[in-house]
Design a binder for this molecule. Structure first.
Ligand code: UDP
Ligand code: MG
Length: 325
């Protein structure tokens, strides 16, 4: 984002994507302000990105920008999803060090000083690693675990398990991240990809402060698909592997048929043939689907649309504009 809404770069930016979070935001700003005041006195900003919420989140944010000069409200033109809302916040924030956290207070802002202390040891990225996840279902924990193991197997870039987007990053990492144009964004993977020195800080994840998770199964699956397809082409190669296995099985079977024929057996085999045809057909369709998934993503990437449209930015003292990104 080229427009400056402050004359001075703050020491710390806290970026928070918000979707239907009207109940948490006041407490969130309160807690973050307390923490930041201790660390950086007034020299920080809290960037609240409203991701097309359907409740009064934007009204709450607008009110907070009136009350707190450090709060920057960003209203996106519609709901773009968590990772894009986060990217919008990262484009707009200006701080030297950037902390990312969820609006639901599952990530305690009080960890900021511990995160900063680690950073002073010479790291560019310090990410929170959950040792305990309160208030999350067994299914959520099991699926998250499975996803990280699978991702690790398939992808060269290693994304440490049990990390979310809760982290602090140096300005140069955020600048590199902002320079990455892709539309299917799996931000924590992209941060790992960038490099520099990165380190984990273990913490206990709290339960949601209010409201419910916005990641139902459907969104979790599409999140996982985005993550894997944007970092790996292994699924495409699966076609070759499956073809090889099917071919070998076919050869074995042919051998068996020929031997039985030579020994005078006539084979009646329509049932086995039917099932083999079905299985092969389904493998082929499945692989076509995977090809289609990549092709569709290439098509959508190739349009090079902007990642998001900003409807309005609100911040004291100077700026309140309507503009497109
Ligand atoms: N979020 C968002 N847009 C969406 C869905 C979620 O900005 O379309 C935000 C949400 O407000 C929260 C964060 O992304 O700050 C993580 O969402 P949530 O807490 O629902 O996910 P979970 O913690 O259950 O994985
Ligand atoms: Mg949450």
């Amino acid at each position: 984002m080229d427009q400056q809404y402050r004359d001075k770069v703050p020491a710390i930016s806290v970026v928070v994507p918000c979707f239907n979070e009207e109940e948490s935001l006041t407490v969130l700003v309160d807690r973050v302000s307390t923490v930041c005041h201790d660390i950086a006195s007034g020299d920080y900003e809290i960037v609240l990105v409203n991701d097309g919420s359907r409740d009064s989140t934007w009204a709450v944010i607008a009110e907070l920008t009136e009350k707190f000069p450090q709060v920057v409200g960003v209203n996106l033109a519609r709901n773009y999803g968590h990772q894009i809302a986060l990217s919008a916040g990262l484009h707009i924030c200006q701080g030297e060090t950037v902390m990312v956290m969820d609006a639901d207070l599952q990530d305690p802002p009080e960890l900021l000083s511990a995160l900063l202390a680690k950073m002073d040891e010479g790291y560019d990225v310090v990410y929170g690693q959950r040792v305990k996840r309160a208030g999350e279902t067994m299914f959520k924990r099991a699926s998250a675990k499975l996803f990280y193991r699978l991702f690790d197997q398939m992808v060269d870039v290693s994304v440490p398990s049990d990390t979310g987007d809760f982290r602090i990053m140096s300005r140069r990492v955020v600048d590199h991240l902002n320079a990455m144009p892709e539309r299917y964004r799996f931000v924590r993977g992209m941060v790992s990809w960038i490099g520099f020195r990165q380190v984990a800080l273990p913490y206990e994840r709290d339960a949601r402060f209010a409201g419910e998770s916005h990641y139902p199964l459907r969104k979790m699956i599409s999140f996982a698909l985005d993550a894997i397809t944007s970092f790996s082409t292994l699924p495409l190669r699966m076609a070759a592997h499956l073809g090889l296995v099917a071919g070998l099985l076919g050869m074995l079977m042919l051998g068996w048929v020929l031997i039985s024929y030579a020994m005078g057996d006539t084979l009646t085999g329509w049932a086995s043939i039917a099932s083999i045809i079905l299985i092969l057909g389904s493998i082929q369709l499945l692989m076509l689907g995977i090809f289609g998934e990549y092709l569709g993503r290439m098509y959508l990437e190739s349009k090079r649309r902007p990642l998001f449209i900003v409807q309005e930015v609100r911040a004291k003292p100077t700026l309140s504009t309507d503009r497109n990104h």
